[in-house]
Design a protein around this ligand. Structure first.
Ligand SMILES: Cc1ncc(COP(=O)(O)O)c(C=O)c1O
Length: 353
């Protein structure tokens, strides 16, 4: 089934949805009328000129027709569904990884698997797949979509389908639910050029004994609340502080500043142990760029010469302003960020050659 383009009428789409629901193994049934209205809009929503996020990608209509991996089977995106009893849907009880495909290779696959397997072990979630099985599933999904480069995946593993709609993990008895969404994806040029506007928010990163920020868990409510607060303050995304008031991270990326040629980032406590964050630190160390993992405050951040975010999707994204204060003289850009971006591109090329 094809996701509707503008040439399809709502009634065509509705008929296809009804047909798909008959063959779908899950009992989840969206209202066909509602879905028929929504689907044609969904693929173009990211075009909305009023939204800017670090994960904005250039519009790619091929994403309307992608195949999604659901527990070993490929399904068109309009038919790829999980049960309403799924632990991920019900409780956010699952872990995920975002990875990018360059030149037929998943960049830093081992590092992503280290993080995924460590977090799943910590919450007793048995993935029931080896790293090689996961790699095969990623390759199968990429191949089905004709993707070799500039593709971004979200690999999701949840505790699976529950027998009752309650919290206890023992109610999840089917084994894990594994979903792989891969989209054609090129980070939006305008975001890279203009930079992101951050606002500091009341929502903080928690202590590790509440919900450790190192879990890339399905539940990202802490980050979502922070992002909403930033939007309400008129910014694009949130700059979050740690419980002591030091600058920590953003709701979706790690955060760096540059002062007098030196690169600063938080100690690494309270934030995601980002794969890109670590690569940037390693690149600085290997190339004689002074780099410090340290506590610093908003005074240091506002006065930075350059600032940027790191994440698998956008690599390094400049920060143009924080709380309405411009960063540096060039929208967060500068010679140190330029150099790190060049080094990182070379690292990716080398890692995926
Ligand atoms: C809160 C948060 N910070 C940072 C990152 C960036 O991590 P990475 O560089 O591994 O993509 C992520 C990505 O999952 C994240 O969710």
């Amino acid at each position: 089934m094809h996701l509707p383009g503008p040439q399809l009428t709502t009634s065509h789409v509705r008929a296809k949805i009804v047909a798909a629901q008959v063959t779908n193994p899950y009992t989840l049934r969206f209202d066909p009328d509602t879905l028929a209205e929504f689907l044609p809009k969904a693929a173009t929503m990211q075009d909305d000129a009023h939204r800017k996020t670090t994960h904005d990608a250039e519009e790619d209509t091929r994403n309307r027709d992608i195949q999604i991996y659901v527990n070993g089977t490929l399904k068109h995106r309009s038919e790829a569904m999980v049960s309403v009893y799924d632990s991920g849907f019900m409780l956010g009880d699952g872990m995920w990884e975002g990875m990018r495909l360059y030149n037929g290779t998943w960049a830093f696959f081992d590092e992503h698997m280290d993080r995924l397997f460590d977090s799943c072990k910590a919450v007793s979630l048995d993935i029931a797949m080896t790293r090689a099985d996961i790699h095969d599933a990623l390759q199968m999904t990429a191949k089905a979509n004709g993707m070799t480069t500039d593709a971004h995946c979200r690999l999701m593993v949840t505790r699976g389908v529950k027998v009752k709609p309650f919290q206890h993990p023992s109610l999840s008895r089917t084994g894990p639910t594994v979903v792989i969404i891969i989209e054609h994806s090129k980070p939006a040029e305008k975001v890279q050029a203009k930079g992101i506007r951050l606002a500091t928010v009341p929502q903080v990163r928690g202590l590790p004994m509440s919900q450790d920020a190192k879990y890339n868990s399905h539940s990202k409510l802490n980050c979502v609340i922070a992002c909403l607060q930033a939007e309400q303050a008129g910014a694009d995304e949130a700059l979050m502080l740690d419980p002591h008031g030091f600058v920590n991270t953003t709701n979706a990326c790690n955060f760096f500043i540059v002062r007098k040629g030196a690169v600063w980032t938080s100690t690494g406590d309270y934030c995601m142990n980002g794969v890109t964050r670590q690569k940037v630190i390693d690149l600085c160390r290997a190339n004689d760029i002074p780099v410090f993992e340290r506590n610093f405050s908003l005074v240091d951040a506002y006065g930075a010469d350059e600032a940027f975010l790191t994440g698998t999707f956008g690599a390094q994204t400049p920060v143009a302003e924080i709380d309405g204060k411009p960063i540096g003289k060039n929208g967060g850009h500068g010679p140190v960020l330029d150099r790190i971006r060049t080094l990182y591109k070379a690292l990716i090329a080398d890692a995926t050659a």
